[in-house]
Design a binder for this molecule. Structure first.
Ligand code: NAD
Ligand code: UDP
Length: 330
């Protein structure tokens, strides 16, 4: 298939392009480089030995995206492009609603116009809110605590309504848990701009000596050791989940959790990183971060049953690969 990948030079998008190419598909990337670098294109080519097409466009710009549809045969779209910082979304809600929702509407409209019937959307475990773990796809969603989360809920709703009205339009909504790690080549990975918000990039920057010590947000949660529990998934496993979702896509709306099904606490992740890479990570406990929940992990049985996909890489592998990328690239 010829797949249009929006946000394809970003963290998850770049790994997904590699897995698509490795599975024999062709890739057209549309990205405005607002949170990624052009070098990623040559790195994807280097890893796969395959050619790719790149358009530097803003996906909210209908005319620009229309010209991609009119000059390429497209069989499906994977839509990663969007803003993703929870904290920033509270400060700049309008930018978040505009970018994350208009981009989806533009793409759906063009898909319908050009009869492109396969659409895969990047959603997030944040849509479950503070539900009881493990999170199951059929659960009633609880209101997210920030504009970023709302953009995911709204996009899910738009896609569901459009699919209902257009029976040929097939949608996969993929709810990611916590992607970490990097491609084993060390050539692509996560490079946040400024001080990282997320745990793993913070740990790797402490390991590198760029940051003094990790601040652990809260040690009084009702969890195994008092620190927050998340379902960390290797980004390459997550990328492979997209290929499975695309290849096995059924008519209508198909929602899948992409996680490992296992919860890991902040302290357990810190200790795994130390064991995997033989580097001590200094840390201190500080107050809970507003908006955080105690535990978040997936029920992954639907993806296994319907897509034949499950995550294979363990926490130690995630820590080794994250550190290799950090060492090589910054
Ligand atoms: P990322 O920032 O690394 O990648 C997003 C890419 O989209 C970037 O390359 C950016 O330049 C591009 N982009 C943003 N707005 C654009 C626009 N209007 N037009 C064209 N390009 C645009 O983020 P990521 O971690 O790879 O996340 C990809 C998707 O997955 C996002 O939708 C995000 O909300 C979702 N998601 C991410 C996580 C996570 O922990 N990383 C978790 C759940 C969901
Ligand atoms: N966390 C932390 N220190 C940090 C960043 C994160 O203790 O510098 C904790 C956070 O409270 C949560 C877990 O690590 O329990 C994962 O946070 P992250 O921001 O990576 O992901 P999300 O909040 O989206 O699950």
């Amino acid at each position: 298939m010829n797949i249009l990948v929006t946000g394809g030079t970003g963290y998850i998008g770049s790994h997904t392009c590699v897995e698509l190419l490795n599975s024999g598909h062709s890739v057209i990337i549309a990205d405005n480089l607002s949170n990624s670098r052009i070098e990623v294109i040559s790195r994807i080519k280097q890893i796969t030995g395959r050619q790719i097409f790149f358009y530097q466009v803003d996906v909210t710009d209908e005319e620009a995206v229309n010209s991609i549809f009119s000059s390429n045969r497209i069989d499906g779209v994977i839509h990663f492009a969007g803003y993703k910082s929870v904290t920033e979304s509270v400060i700049k809600p309008l930018e978040y609603y505009f970018n994350n929702i208009v981009s989806t509407m533009v793409l759906i409209k063009l898909c319908l116009n050009y009869k492109v019937n396969k659409f895969v959307f990047s959603s997030s475990a944040t849509v479950y809110g503070e539900n009881k773990v493990p999170f199951v796809e059929d659960m009633e969603l609880l209101p997210p605590k920030n504009p970023y989360g709302h953009t995911k809920v709204i996009n899910e709703k738009i896609l569901t309504d459009v699919a209902k009205a257009n029976p040929d339009f097939s949608v996969a909504i993929l709810r990611y848990f916590n992607p970490i790690g990097a491609h084993e080549s060390g050539l692509i990975g996560e490079s946040p701009i400024g001080i990282p918000n997320n745990l793993m990039p913070y740990i790797t920057q402490v390991a590198k000596g760029k940051l003094d010590k990790l601040k652990i947000y809260g040690n009084d949660y009702p969890t195994i050791d008092g620190t927050g529990v998340r379902d960390y998934i290797h980004v390459v496993d997550l990328a492979k989940g997209h290929v499975a979702a695309l290849e096995k896509l059924k008519k209508g709306v198909n929602i899948y959790n992409l996680g490992t099904g296992k919860g890991t606490s902040v302290l357990q992740l810190v200790h795994a990183f130390e064991e995997a890479n033989h580097i001590k990570i200094p840390y201190e406990f500080v107050a809970r971060r507003p908006g955080d929940i105690a535990e978040c992990y997936a029920d992954v049985s639907r993806a296994k049953r319907e897509l034949g996909w499950s995550a294979e890489r363990d926490i130690i592998q995630m820590c080794k690969d994250a550190w290799r990328f950090e060492k090589n690239n910054s």
